[in-house]
Design a protein around this ligand. Sequence first.
Ligand code: NAG
Ligand code: NAG
Ligand code: NAG
Ligand code: NAG
Ligand code: NAG
Length: 478
Amino acid sequence: MWRSARHVRGLAMLLAAACALVCGAAGSTYKDGRVVFSYLPVQRTLSNPQWSSLTHASIAFAYTSEAGEISFIGNVVNSTATSDQNARAFIADGQKNGVKMLGAVGGQGNFSNHLGAAMRSSSSRAAFVSNAVDFVKAYGLDGLDVDWEYPGDLDDASALLSTLQALRAAFESSFGKGKKQLTTTLYNHPYLGPEVPAVNYKPYADAVDYGLVMSYDYFGSWADYTAPNAPFLDVPFYPGSFRNTTDAWLDAGWPASKLVAGLAFYGHSSLASTNMMTNATDQYVAISNHTSIEGPVSGIAGTWTWRDLREPKGGALTDPSTAGPGWTRTWDSNTMTPWLFRASDGLYIGYDDKDSLGIKMDYSLRKKLAGVMIWEMGYDYQNELLSYVRDFITQVDDGSEPSNCVPSDAELDNIYDKSRDPNFFNRRAVAGAVRSAVDASAPICSFDGVHEASAAPVPAAWPSAAAVALGAALLAAL
Ligand SMILES: *[C@@H]1O[C@H](CO)[C@@H](O)[C@H](O)[C@H]1NC(C)=O
Ligand SMILES: *[C@@H]1O[C@H](CO)[C@@H](O)[C@H](O)[C@H]1NC(C)=O
Ligand SMILES: *[C@@H]1O[C@H](CO)[C@@H](O)[C@H](O)[C@H]1NC(C)=O
Ligand SMILES: *[C@@H]1O[C@H](CO)[C@@H](O)[C@H](O)[C@H]1NC(C)=O
Ligand SMILES: *[C@@H]1O[C@H](CO)[C@@H](O)[C@H](O)[C@H]1NC(C)=O
């Protein structure tokens, strides 16, 4: 019966695939209006992006001046195209494939500093809002994403709220109610920025269609200890994880129907002070050298994209869960993420793969969130993760719940409590005990067979190190 259900699904997928070819813009839809967002950096090109996994994509980032002008600036790496031309090509391609295309303003560094400055004064805010309407019109966008990293105090929080409300009103009066979408990113802790105490989030949620949670970048080479980029449960020494962040935003009053959880298609690297394989302790070892070792293909400091991990050039993973020569892969049952260690130079990488992304998606669906957001689709390798995201959600929608994918809330609390054990440096043994108490043989969130067969991997073009360096230089220059 299980098998025949799979065959029916396989047939449905074949028909859907055939329709996607002949029926034109079928659009990417999931049950109950679930959404899958991805960011799309404007300074890189992608060949054959797998739009069929997405409902929304946000082009990151348009630059906002302090006076509130908005534009795509600079050039595309290794291309004669400008960012402006690249953005237009993305928008046309995505919309042709039924994906809603948004422009994202803000981002890191000066892009956000200047956006913040534009929002703070009422005159530049009014200019920004009016320019945003023109920007959406000029590019034929489906909406705007406001990504201020980060409002610094309560005045900033109130400036952000006023801006979102004014944008909503302007979009409705210029385009009609419900015609354009407005989203905002949410920090990985449930307040607007590092210095802002909790505020009433209801009006923020009322003003936007979705809040996209940046539930990643918890740890990296800047931290004191090696630890996962995006743990599912809190690590022992610092609060912050996918589950806690999701729950905290829900507890803070952000409605699940407007909450979109972030999935990282990358890990962060750090240099461990000891050979982590000589002592079966845990994945938390002091970082004594905060150098950010870059991924071998993408060349982003301290970041190893899924592609960096999977490309033969890096050699870290020879298949999605098998370490290459010189590397060891370990699954951590507390944080529910995999990590890699390269003994030759003490390189630790805490990252996400299908197993850990499945757990996060399962939790998101269980909590009835609106969906998930990906940073970012260009980090994928042969669409492995994009296909997994699509197939996971589709199969859950079809009624095939992944059994034992995420332990129950009570079991999660138990794992969490155990991981607070003061015997901090015996984590792996503790984790093993907890996992066997839960069900050691339980599959870790995966669907076998069907998604492999239905996926049609198309290698994506990859930005060079120069591309990324140029992007960084662009940010630094502004
Ligand atoms: C994180 O989640 C655990 C388990 O539910 C909870 O006990 C803990 O208080 C949470 N931590 C924070 C900082 O909210
Ligand atoms: C393993 O590491 C822990 C934590 O650093 C240390 O306390 C313990 O002595 C080590 N064990 C061995 C056998 O080296
Ligand atoms: C830190 O690690 C980098 C890369 O291995 C190395 O070049 C550098 O010399 C190290 N710095 C110190 C202070 O050990
Ligand atoms: C981009 O240009 C640089 C410098 O010419 C080159 O090294 C790199 O291989 C190029 N990358 C791609 C993806 O074409
Ligand atoms: C961008 O930020 C840097 C500091 O990060 C600052 O020195 C520089 O003046 C800024 N550039 C502009 C154009 O504001």
